[in-house]
Design a protein around this ligand. Structure first.
Ligand code: KIV
Length: 272
């Protein structure tokens, strides 16, 4: 399905909430640049996340930790310029909100003012409650993120499934309830058992958006480069490749090289 300019009605946090209420699944993807965001939005996803996964897929870092607030604003502003319909959510990067709610608020305000995005996302539960409530008090919509939170990778040690043990699952459910209570509009659940996703999604009224969290979340999110098969080596169990762009792009580029070398590009019609 593609969305034409004339049909366009913007997706808001209220629309996302109504979708949960009527049982309609929410489709979400990441984007980090103008061209890709335009394609993702025109295809009709409800929510586009300018994820700090830009640190991995755009900048080639091993983790999400190095990306800065200025870099997130650059990516987010590029995405916002392309998007006509989807709700645009931006990750607050590592170090811009933890342990200091004033700094969290000024980070969120910078992102909203300088990128034109519609909401921010923060990783964590009770530990960052003050930061979340302060941002919410300024009228900025907040999406939570629980389970595998990649900004804490050095605490976890690995990217394996979280909250398999009862104590961690109980804390996750409490954190989800807290996020609902303080006024977050949604929460990402990353890499947790399917049964826990079901329990959380049924226990809170705000929409859950899963990644590696099974089919029971109210919506699903994936990184666009993974969906399109751009990086072939990354093949976790939760991922489905919907295209093999790596091969398609490689074929196109090798054909271009061949044509340049053989002088068959450009031809008469392609010249002035
Ligand atoms: O940074 C990111 O891309 C995310 C995900 C939920 C995919 O946080």
């Amino acid at each position: 399905m593609s969305v034409h300019k004339t049909d366009i009605k913007r997706v808001t946090t209220h629309v996302i909430q109504e979708m949960k209420t009527r049982g309609e699944k929410i489709s979400c993807l990441t984007a980090y640049d103008y061209s890709m965001a335009g394609i993702v939005d025109a295809a009709g996803v409800e929510l586009i996340l300018v994820g700090d996964s830009a640190s991995n897929v755009m900048a080639g870092h091993e983790t999400t930790l190095p990306i800065t607030i200025d870099q997130m604003i650059y990516h987010a502003a590029s995405v916002v310029r392309a998007v006509k319909r989807a709700l645009v959510v931006v990750d607050l990067p590592f170090g811009s909100y933890q342990g200091n709610s004033r700094e969290a608020l000024s980070s969120a305000i910078r992102i909203m003012k300088e990128s034109g995005a519609h909401a921010v996302k923060l990783e964590g539960g009770l530990e960052i409650k003050d930061s979340i409530t302060r941002i919410l008090s300024a009228g900025v919509p907040v999406m939570g993120h629980l389970g595998l939170t990649p900004q804490s990778i050095y605490k976890f040690g690995t990217y394996t499934v979280r909250a398999k043990e009862e104590a961690e699952a109980t804390k996750l459910l409490e954190d989800a309830r807290m996020l609902e209570e303080v006024g977050c509009f949604s929460v990402v659940l990353e890499k947790i058992p399917s049964s826990l996703t079901k329990l959380v999604s049924e226990s809170i009224s705000i929409p859950t958006v899963g990644i590696g969290a099974g089919p029971h979340a109210d919506g699903q999110i994936l990184v666009i480069h993974d969906v399109l098969g751009i990086n072939k080596e990354f093949k976790p169990r939760f991922l489905r490749h919907y295209a093999d762009l790596n091969t398609i792009m490689n074929d196109a580029i090798t054909n271009y090289i061949k044509d340049v070398k053989s002088s068959s590009f450009p031809n008469e019609k392609e010249s002035y």
